[in-house]
Write a protein that binds this ligand. Sequence first.
Ligand SMILES: [Zn+2]
Length: 478
Amino acid sequence: MPKAYFTTPIFYVNDIPHIGHAYNILATDTLVRYWRKKLGRENVFFLTGTDENSQKTVDAAKKANEAVGPYLDKMAKNWQTTWEKCGIDFDDFIRTTEDRHHQKVHEVLQKIYNAGDIYLGEYVGKYCTGCETFLKEDELNEKGECPDHLKKPDELKEKNYFFRLSKYQDLLLDLYAKNPNFLQPEKRKNEVLSFIKSGLEDISISRESAEIGIKFPFDKSHTIYVWVEALINYISGCPEGETSDFWKNCTHIVGKDITKFHNVIWPAMLLSAKISLPKEVFAHGYFTIDGTKMSKSLGNVVDPLDLSDKFGNDALRTGLLSSFEFGNDGDFSVRNFEEFYRTKLAGGVGNLFNRVIILVHKFLDREKVTVTTNEVDIKKDLEKFNNLLEQKKLKASIDHFFTVVDSANQLLNDTEVWKLAKTDLEKATDIFGQLLNKLVVLAQMAEVILPESAPKMKTMLGDKNRLGKAIILFERIE
Ligand SMILES: [Zn+2]
């Protein structure tokens, strides 16, 4: 059986999980559920975790008057439980302060060093502690500040280890020529390609005076730049390691802001260490909240747990993922989300299941329902849904699910089967059969996009001999 391995970025441990992070991990979890259904759970692996070796975390711990270790434990736990509460079914949660990660980082860095791709030099540059990265002049705003943090970066001059990224320019172009899907969607790939073609410079990969982090295996006085070691988490957490089929079939799901790391530096590091590359990187877009960039100062930061508490995890997932297509930029509107809940979930699929189950109970025994529905239609609906998921078109797959819901509701209303059953039970029975078949397809699709409702749907559908009782899938919320 083929394998599949999915990763999210590891999240900065001292951030508070917000809906932007939730978007990434819910999308990944949805793809994972599709592949688990297709390949079997044991053949699919889902890794997420926290990025902890950053000076920012040390500063935050000091500010909170806590020791770094317990502070990190507390913050990492917060991420893990947030995702569990959101219904994310990951297989492993990696923390970059773990031994297994440190060991793997040493191993990989030693390989790159042995390949002659790491050398000691002097770095003079502008470093933004907020970004944890050196910024070039042309990346600063008019005031000479980091555009994200509106703070002048620190002038740094220090002895640094460098990675010979420049050596990999042609090899990377070759990689994209041979493997056009290595970065999706296309527009992201074009950005990365033009960045590579503009000329790659060697990059500094060490910090001399860090209070936290992983030391170089060949020089314990230098700490490895956090971004470089963070990328290696994907291997530290890979089941059966970097020679396994999991690794070769790995998909990194990332935000579009970190493609330079995932699509230039990361493959170059792997080429240098002679480790095979992951299968692909998919970079999703950014979204605004009601047309405005989400920010603490505007007070419009959405906590995914608020939506989950009030509407449930299936609503959080489908409401968010259907706001705009995966890979594009978009907008999330709380009002549209509530409308989606009211019309598509409670009034749509929830109401459909309830009505059909109650009506069939009222008029027939389950075994009397003849399955006359055209099986081809059912296969076609499922195939279309699966095809969309293979292409990572998450919004389109959710939309397709609701097209089937709408068609079932229409059949119910057009035939007025509750009246028909009193005058022509035979004809009504045929329509009940068609409706039940649609519910069977919907329950199958729900395993991927509405995982908390899917078992309830199956319970309602019962088996060949016995229909289950109607269950409310989505409570009406005023
Ligand atoms: Zn910054």
